[in-house]
Design a binder for this molecule. Structure first.
Ligand code: F6P
Length: 573
């Protein structure tokens, strides 16, 4: 049964639907709790409880979550769990896995969990239809294609093996494959690898031109990934790629040099890519949840299908944990609720994603789309305003680069910015003391954010450093850190395909938990549409002979800029 996003109030007769989030008893209890303990400092919480680390941490396989460096007590956590229960997280979780149309505005299921379901498991249904036969066929086709390309059995039009893959896609059809491929790519040059990978996601022609300049048509294979196959940027890049190939090898070469991943098979056929080279994408797979589908084909080509299947297995492991673990011992639930607490009660408008792993440099961008496109919404599923903050601004950089860029603001800025630190205990390289130094920085940052530095500590540090007493007074206020800044530490034994799968699924479910609490649909993205429509209209209006009358609908700023562009274009050869 499909749940409804209303809050539940316990009555002697059972749970009854309530009107809104803020008026729910669970929210009010958290508000009162926050008011009562507003002055709490985490230093004191640690001093008062020697088991705080054990009590506020969770482990699932090779993934460990330490949430003790948050401004929460056991009572806070218990009230947050009450909120999750009142929002019926358990019911929504059931509905998701049952393939109910929880993407209400598009009347679709959101069944990405089926993509990582082991093939010998029970059927999974999207709106009543078993999807596992399609998933099984997909895996077989992906393996066949990846193996053929990697072994050299797949040849280009002139009989040469494929040496380079150019993946063309954007948003959910790009970020996952690039991030995962980067994360798991062999560190040492001597490791056996697949073809060189290039990712084209920007309609700025500089990107595709630069990539094509270094490539040979005879040995290049393009993957055009677009669920809709109408995304202007992707189709423009795909047309440029096709023209480049056809110019060198003729139009018959397209069959050997193009693969498509799309739900719009007609548009793919119209583009000229044969059905054998086309991978289907179903409407129950959302774009930003699609790395587990054939959108992940570049991962299988670059690293092998076995690695891709390990990645799926890790995600499935997290799915099982999310479905089976009680709410108070459930990693995605805890992470999601901590996020709600930080955003709506502590007022943190942002979340910094800080991987201490160079391979994970693409993770902040990946999670930015996942969180902000899913939960960056102001209306609930019933079209009513959500009265509290929803998706925080996601940003980040790998440690230690970020430390020399924006950590100043994390430590001493006026805005409270919550942080997720992500680090592997074991590195994929063995070079000198790099990894120990990296991890020492990770640990130091989380502690500094939590503890801060008192006046006495700042004075002692200055004395140790031999700061002249004349300078001490002026420097002292700037050397004091208030601390009490929340962070999670997510530590993996190491980041291999399995733990990376766990990690991504952890964040997917976290986003889902938050959506349920906020009462919003995380699976649509209407906010992106309007800009796309307007861009198509403006492109037309930028033509030299377009009617001025069309342009009158714009504001004077846009009109002025269009006129300036047209004038510049007229002068440019
Ligand atoms: O940015 C909007 C969006 O629709 C994303 O949700 C999606 O991941 C991306 O565009 C690409 O869409 P498509 O796969 O249809 O080209």
């Amino acid at each position: 049964m499909l749940g409804s996003h209303t809050y539940l109030e316990f009555q002697p007769t059972g749970y009854l639907h309530m009107a809104s989030l803020q008026s729910s008893p669970a929210w009010k209890a958290l508000k009162a709790h926050h008011k009562k303990y507003a002055g709490l400092h985490m230093r004191d919480l640690f001093d008062a409880d020697e088991n705080r680390f054990e009590d506020f941490s969770l482990c699932r396989g090779g993934l460990f979550l330490d949430y003790s460096k948050n401004r929460v007590t056991k009572e806070t956590m218990s009230l947050l769990i009450d909120l999750a229960k009142a929002a019926d997280v358990e019911g929504w979780r059931r509905d998701m896995v049952a393939g109910e149309p929880i993407n209400t505005t598009e009347d679709r299921a959101a069944l990405h969990v089926a993509l990582r379901n082991p093939l010998d498991h029970a059927p999974m249904q999207a709106m009543g239809e078993d999807v596992m036969p399609d998933v099984r066929a997909l895996r077989i086709k992906m393996r066949g294609t990846a193996d053929a390309i990697r072994s050299g059995a797949w040849t280009g039009a002139t009989g040469s093996a494929i040496a380079a893959i150019v993946h063309i896609g954007t948003g959910g059809s790009h970020l996952g494959p690039e991030m995962v491929t980067q994360s798991l790519a062999p560190v040492h040059q001597s490791a056996p690898g697949g073809p060189a990978m290039h990712f084209i996601s920007n309609v700025d022609g500089v990107q595709i031109t630069t990539a094509l300049d270094g490539l040979t048509p005879e040995t290049t294979l393009f993957i055009v990934a677009s669920k809709t196959f109408t995304t202007e940027e992707t189709i423009t890049n795909a047309r440029t790629a096709k023209a480049w190939l056809v110019d060198a090898l003729g139009s018959d070469a397209v069959a050997n040099h193009f693969i498509a991943v799309s739900g719009n098979t007609q548009a793919v056929a119209d583009f000229g890519i044969p059905p054998d080279n086309t991978f289907d994408l179903w409407d129950w797979v959302g774009g930003r949840y699609s790395v587990w589908s054939a959108i992940g084909l570049p991962i299988a080509i670059a690293l092998g299908m076995d690695v891709f299947e390990e990645f799926l297995a890790g995600a499935h492991d997290m799915d099982r944990h999310f479905q089976d673990a009680p709410l108070d011992a459930n990693m995605p639930v805890i992470l999601g609720l901590i996020g709600v607490w930080n955003t709506d009660f502590l007022g943190s408008p942002a979340l910094a994603i800080l991987p201490y792993d160079e391979g994970l440099r693409g993770l902040p961008d990946y999670l930015r789309q996942l969180e902000m496109e899913s939960n960056g919404k102001a209306l609930d599923t019933k079209g009513r305003p959500v009265e509290v903050g929803t998706a925080p601004v996601i940003f980040g950089d790998p440690g230690t680069r970020g430390q020399h860029a924006f950590y100043q603001a994390l430590h001493q800025g006026r805005q409270l910015i919550a942080c997720d630190f992500i680090a592997p205990m074991e590195s994929r390289h063995t070079t000198g003391s790099h990894h120990d130094r990296l991890l020492a920085n990770f640990l130091a940052q989380t502690e500094a954010l939590m503890k801060g530095r008192t006046e006495a500590e700042a004075v002692a540090a200055m004395e140790d450093q031999g700061v002249a007493s004349a300078e001490m007074k002026g420097q002292l206020p700037h050397r004091i850190f208030e601390g009490n800044r929340p962070s999670n530490s997510i530590v993996a034994d190491k980041f291999d395909a399995f733990t990376l799968g766990q990690l991504i699924a952890l964040y997917e479910h976290k986003v889902f938990v938050q959506a349920v609490v906020w009462g919003i649909n995380p699976f649509d993205q209407w906010g992106v549409e309007w800009g796309k429509e307007l861009a198509a209209q403006i492109l037309f209006e930028m033509e030299p002979d377009s009617y001025e009358a069309f342009s009158q609908e714009h504001c004077s700023s846009t009109l002025g800029l269009i006129a300036r562009l047209k004038a510049h274009k007229a002068k440019t050869p």
